[in-house]
Design a protein around this ligand. Sequence first.
Ligand code: GDP
Ligand code: MN
Length: 389
Amino acid sequence: MDPRVNQMKLHEFQAKELFAEAGIPTPDSQLAATPEEVVAAAEEIGYPVAVKAQVQVGGRGKAGGIELVENAEEAQAAAESIIGMDLKGIHVDRVLVEQAVDFVNELYVGVTMDRGEGKPVAMVSTRGGVNIEEVAEEDPDAIVREHVDPAFGMHPYQARKAAFEAGVDREIATDVASVLQTLYQLWDDNDGADAEINPLMVTSDDEVVAADAVFNVDEDALFRQPKIAEYEEDTKSDDPLEQKADEYDFDYVRLDGNVGIIGNGAGLVMTTLDLVDHYGGTPANFLDVGGGAKAERIANALDMVFSDDNVDAVVFNIFGGITRGDEVARGINEALGQFDEIPKPVVVRLAGTNWEEGMEILDESLVTVEQTLEDAVQRSVEYAQEVEA
Ligand code: GDP
Ligand code: MN
């Protein structure tokens, strides 16, 4: 996911609603919030059904957020274990009860913006059903990419070409191409950011069905997307950290790693993120506290990363301009001074206006101070790895 775009992520059930309306085949499904509702929905749909946690995190299957059930008793048990569970830090309060698909193959189709090329790109792979980022790393050729000229849209021949090049079976290639073209159209019409169907399941009678659905849109375009904007309230209530970020008025994106990152200015935060990655760490978030970061904002930023269970260490990267280093340092001392025990190690690097005063003010019984960004990032990665080990 690209932290440079504020993405609003639809829930699976919302994305499937959009997909189904546009003509992409999706399984029969119903949303449910209690075990009774789950059983009722399952009886109506007919067994077997999949009970799927509706939270916007990848890999729900592996994390225990999806169960296939054959009867009412199993449906009840699955509902009781999934509803109310904590899935990668997010409370599950609803599930999608969905007709199970009897599949022989799992494909991947997706559309996103390729910033390198400056063009949208449509993707197809026969290695669906697993984390596509991993496939991209291990075997990049397994994902076929077709760039689209946004002025002309995706030509039908491009969609067919992508399906054939990916090695999709002849019998279903036309259907896969049609799904890809519809997905591109939805992406284009709705100011999409990341859109994907993983897996696009293939059944024994050569049907394709969208078994999962991701549809993220550019949040800054919501003003001209009234239909998508209707989903907004519902998508917000989900992640307590994203809610907090809204309250505090931070630019925040949750990522998968364990190094919490706080900085001022989007470019600086991105650089920090890249460096964490460069030194073998994994960023837990993108958090931009913005300009003029007063003590209170610093305290709020720390509250954000401390309350993220995935964070094992924190790196603070502040470049003083309007924000003065001494002020930031006081903010950090004040915020950390309130703890009897600092919950997670914090590494600080200050530069720019009043950085020297700031460094002196920082209480080294509370934080680790580093002179350079490289040292600060490396130190935070080490701390995070120690916790992990
Ligand atoms: P994710 O783990 O959050 O990406 O959730 P998915 O919806 O992609 O489901 C993960 C995996 O669960 C799929 O790749 C399938 O192997 C399995 N699964 C999900 N739904 C069904 C279903 O209806 N039938 C069957 N047989 N397997 C399913
Ligand atoms: Mn999936």
